[in-house]
Design a protein around this ligand. Structure first.
Ligand SMILES: Cc1cc2nc3c(=O)[nH]c(=O)nc-3n(C[C@H](O)[C@H](O)[C@H](O)COP(=O)(O)OP(=O)(O)OC[C@H]3O[C@@H](n4cnc5c(N)ncnc54)[C@H](O)[C@@H]3O)c2cc1C
Length: 376
């Protein structure tokens, strides 16, 4: 990436965090304004959740109607596919199945489909057991929702493409630039990072898992949105058994679960992922300790994929979700994308868990409206 910021540069916009969300905002903002900087603490962009996920371009099926997640996911689904097609980002329109594995689940399946329709997800239909088998010969289900608009994307490549466009527009994307101090003063924000100091007319906090802490650096009231890290682990199906899964297969999400449930994902590199799990962890940087045994994945996947065995699986990567729900709470939460009530030239994005990869382009559009209120 570019050289460190020089002492006391002046920026129109400083974006904290170079994941998919920060890079999508940088690409959009730099098309309109000059002097856009993005500061990323790691040596490369996209090393957080943006490269440690399922890579699914979600449809918008699951989210509370009217919520930001529902609206930005449905729009983001279309924008992401268009963006990938235009900029050569590897992706595939796979469609997916959400499978009921017992008759008693079918009423819930129908409710989920109605929710998807309310959210504007197109082409949804229920298929029966034989249609499931025709599409996925090894999957056991009594019925499934067929979701044609779901796809998969190479998430690292998506980050890189947004970053490339931002750079072409003249934005400065600076790595090794952990933001350590934020001092709002005289209508500007003075930003101190490992790469130097800079004054910003406008600050965007898109620091992923650490967005609450970045809000805390300026004693913002938005720091009340505490992030609880929830790790998800994946296993991968060994090469000789990859034909067990052809596409994307999800269970019905558990009503009190932390995630959409352990699912089966045929990747762009022709592997099959099983996961992710979901459990709270104490340390936001802990990607590996106490990983669950392979047998746990077998237990979770077997209702949908009865033939799966422990010897079919090897541990794969992990990712950490930026959850706003504390342990024990089962309330659905929404993305928090707001201007700071106290420092009104600051926009915070907090709780940017799934489907923020899918939604990144739509999130950037939404943030552009807030930035225009500040900068115009
Ligand atoms: C297991 C898992 C599976 C998922 N699957 C999907 C999926 O299939 N589809 C989907 O749409 N979404 C999915 N998601 C969600 C998606 O990956 C995230 O919502 C998205 O990547 C968030 O992007 P981000 O830019 O907000 O965060 P990040 O990618 O985490 O980026 C934030 C960046 O901020 C940087 N940063 C933090 N603090 C500072 C600081 N002080 N100074 C400078 N830089 C800082 C970090 O280093 C990081 O690079 C999944 C997430 C997980 C964990």
């Amino acid at each position: 990436m570019r050289s460190p910021v020089s002492d006391m540069d002046r920026a129109n916009i400083v974006i904290v965090g170079g994941g998919v969300v920060g890079c999508a905002i940088a690409a959009a903002a730099s098309a309109k304004w000059s002097d856009v900087f993005l500061l990323e603490q790691m040596p490369k962009l996209g090393m957080g959740a943006s490269s440690r996920n399922s890579g699914v371009i979600h449809s918008g099926l699951y989210y509370t109607p009217g919520s930001l997640k529902a609206r930005l996911c449905v729009r983001g689904n279309r924008l992401t596919k268009e963006f990938c097609a235009t900029h050569g980002v590897p992706h595939r329109n796979t469609g997916k199945l959400v499978v009921a594995t017992a008759k008693e689940q079918e009423a819930t399946l129908a409710e989920l489909m109605e929710r998807g329709k309310t959210n504007g997800v197109e082409g949804l239909r229920i298929i029966d057991a034989s249609a499931i088998r025709a599409r996925e010969p090894h999957i056991a289900g009594t019925a499934a929702i067929e979701v044609p608009s779901t796809g998969i994307v190479a998430s690292e490549e998506l980050v890189k493409a947004y970053a490339r466009i931002a750079t072409e527009h003249g934005a400065d994307l600076v790595t090794h630039a952990k933001v350590r101090r934020l001092e709002p003063q005289n209508g500007l924000v003075r930003v101190t990072s490992d790469a130097g100091e800079i004054e910003a007319r406008c600050l965007v906090n898109s620091a992923g898992l650490f967005a609450d802490e970045v809000a805390g650096l300026m004693n913002s009231p938005m720091a009340k949105h505490k992030i609880y890290p929830v790790r998800g682990e994946y296993c991968e199906i060994v090469r000789s058994r990859r034909d067990l899964v052809r596409g994307l297969v999800y269970p019905l999400p558990h009503p009190e679960g932390l995630s959409l449930g352990v699912h089966l994902t045929k990747t762009l590199w022709d592997g099959v992922l099983v996961g992710p799990t979901a459990h709270y962890i104490a340390d936001k940087n802990d990607y590996e300790s106490n990983r669950p045994p392979v047998q746990d994945f077998v237990r979770m996947a077997q209702p949908m994929l009865p033939e799966i065995r422990g010897e079919d699986l090897v541990p794969a990567y992990t990712g950490i979700r930026a959850k706003l729900t504390p342990p024990g709470s089962h309330h659905a939460t929404d993305f928090v994308i707001e201007k700071d009530p106290q420092f009104t030239n600051v926009v915070h994005l907090i709780g940017m868990e799934s489907p923020a990869l899918t939604s990144a382009g739509a999130i950037a559009e939404y943030v552009m409206e807030l930035l225009a209120e500040i900068l115009n």
